[in-house]
Design a protein around this ligand. Structure first.
Ligand code: HEC
Ligand code: HEC
Length: 192
């Protein structure tokens, strides 16, 4: 009796594992769009920020967005607004909302100035991320960029690469770089 059941149980078990596998990896953008209802007053539904202290997050790499939300939730990165918002999010909500915002395209146009050579390998001359763990800087406000660089410099925000890079910039350089990336014009559109 048990013997005859074994193949049947194996099918059930494998089927279950496969389903669990997809559930763990599939990011649900429709569910993410709903979560983004909590974010839109500050970041917009398309990720184009509505307030100067909030960054544009549309079209950022999903893994970067998810990592930052986890950092706010765990307290590694702190902010009076985002720490509260992130505290209420589950892992699935973080993955889904990251997928929602990441599923946007950013068109960046450089209008003036010279790209800071020390930053372009990772952030691009046009402020567009060159790797999955790197954020876009294009079109972020100079206030936001300035705040983040000073946070890295003073140890309020930590990252193995950025803490070191920001630590070597003085306030005048920070302001010039922030102005350069802030002047890049961006347009964010939803893809598919
Ligand atoms: C009340 C305004 C507000 C709301 C609502 C809000 N945010 Fe934010 N968000 C901010 C601000 C301000 C920052 C910048 C924090 C800092 O200076 O470190 C930020 C930063 C972020 C970052 C870091 C981006 C980067 O480039 O490092 C992510 C990701 C993010 N928010 C996602 C979300 C998501 C997802 C939601 C909704 C679930 C949300 N936020 C809701 C204001 C808000
Ligand atoms: C070797 C790659 C690398 C280089 C070079 C680099 N960055 Fe970064 N930068 C990163 C990574 C990775 C992050 C994400 C840090 C994190 O996860 O908190 C980041 C984050 C940032 C942020 C935070 C943006 C946000 O959305 O919160 C700013 C601002 C920034 N970098 C500015 C600069 C500037 C200015 C330079 C040049 C002086 C520079 N970076 C050079 C890799 C780099």
């Amino acid at each position: 009796m048990v013997r005859r059941l074994i193949p049947y149980l194996m099918v059930l078990l494998l089927g279950g594992l496969m389903l669990a596998g997809t559930a763990a990896y599939a990011q649900d953008r429709d569910a993410g769009r709903k979560v983004a209802g909590m974010c839109r007053t500050c970041h917009g539904l398309d990720g184009y920020a509505k307030i100067p202290i909030a960054p544009h997050i549309g079209g950022e790499p999903a893994s970067y967005l998810a990592a930052q939300l986890q950092a706010f939730r765990s307290g590694v990165r702190k902010h009076e607004m985002m720490s509260v918002v992130a505290a209420s999010l589950s892992d699935a909500q973080i993955d889904n909302v990251a997928a929602w915002y990441a599923g946007h395209a950013v068109a960046a146009t450089v209008t003036e100035g010279e790209a800071p050579a020390a930053c372009t390998a990772c952030h691009g001359a046009d402020g567009m991320s060159q790797a999955e763990d790197v954020p876009n800087l294009a079109g972020e406000t100079n206030i936001y960029i300035d705040t983040q660089l000073k946070a890295f410099k003073r140890g309020k925000r930590r990252h193995e690469v950025m803490s070191d890079i920001a630590g070597r910039l003085d306030d005048t350089e920070i302001r010039m770089i922030a102005d350069y990336y802030a002047a890049i014009e961006i347009e964010i559109t939803q893809v598919d």
